[in-house]
Ligand binder design. Structure first.
Ligand SMILES: Nc1ncnc2c1ncn2[C@@H]1O[C@H](COP(=O)(O)OP(=O)(O)OP(=O)(O)O)[C@@H](O)[C@H]1O
Ligand SMILES: [Mg+2]
Length: 238
């Protein structure tokens, strides 16, 4: 359903991503892992056409994904968001409804309901009138999660959503990922947490410029693959 074919990206002549190929079907919850600089964020941005690819195509139901971006929800890595931008929490979430609403039109009753449901789902309805910059890191992360829910997308990308969030927020985020999965959405999540929480993913994609391995979690997650992805070479004995 979602197909990535031969996707490569280079920055000023240096490859960040080489010939990425994979297919995803509805209901897959994919954890994307790899060391810093492996190209995880680059892969997502290239899939969304936010940066140019050197080669490759990404299709959704047979059409270029870049023509279907209304079906895609994306939360960027925290470091790439401007937290001083003066905007209220409820309006950050309402941004998800810009395409269905039209840029300068008043949001429909349905859009307002969707925003309300999303804010309640992530348990920050009480904070709706605060400025985004006045929220804690974990609360901000919930706002962006709510925005993706209000968008009613089919494909979801989250780039390191668990950075700086406590266990309660992490649990809420995973609960929502599972709900999306049950609704037959495709969910891709970049993470560095190789601990217990990895059991939440149906599939794992290990990346280090190229795909080291991709498949069902139980089948591909082993020490050998992790060593290759993270370049852990066994030290010679002294
Ligand atoms: N705009 C850019 N211009 C030049 N090089 C870039 C740019 N963005 C990323 N890179 C380089 O491309 C490589 C992949 O970066 P990317 O941000 O995709 O890694 P990542 O896997 O998301 O890492 P992290 O875990 O640190 O977020 C790195 O070597 C990085 O320095
Ligand atoms: Mg990154």
């Amino acid at each position: 359903m979602l197909q990535v074919k031969n996707l490569s990206v280079s920055y000023r002549g240096n490859y960040a991503l080489r010939e990425i190929n994979f297919n995803l079907e509805p209901g897959q919850l994919v954890g994307i892992f790899g060391p810093n600089g492996a190209g995880k964020s680059t892969m997502i941005k290239a899939m969304l056409d936010l940066i140019p690819a050197t080669s490759g195509v990404v299709t959704f139901k047979g059409n270029p994904l870049k023509q279907k971006l209304d079906k895609v929800a994306y939360v960027a890595q925290r470091s790439q968001i401007d937290w001083d931008y003066p905007i209220k929490v409820k309006n950050v979430v309402m941004m998800a409804r810009t395409i269905p609403t039209g840029l300068f039109r008043y949001p429909s009753r349905q859009s307002q309901e969707l925003v309300k449901m999303a804010l309640k789902r992530v348990e920050i309805w009480d904070l709706r009138n605060r400025q985004i910059g006045e929220l804690s890191g974990g609360q901000q992360q919930r706002v962006f999660l709510a925005r993706t829910l209000a968008q009613q997308a089919e494909i979801f990308f989250f780039d390191e959503p668990f950075v700086g969030v406590d266990r309660k927020t992490e649990n809420i985020i995973f609960e929502i990922f599972h709900e999306l999965q049950e609704q037959g959405k495709i969910v891709m999540v970049v993470s560095h947490d190789l601990g217990e929480s990895i059991k939440n993913y149906t599939d794992i994609l290990l990346l280090n410029q190229k795909i080291i391995t991709f498949g069902h979690r139980e089948e591909v997650l082993n020490q050998r693959n992790l060593d290759i992805a993270y370049e852990n070479h066994i030290l010679p004995e002294v």
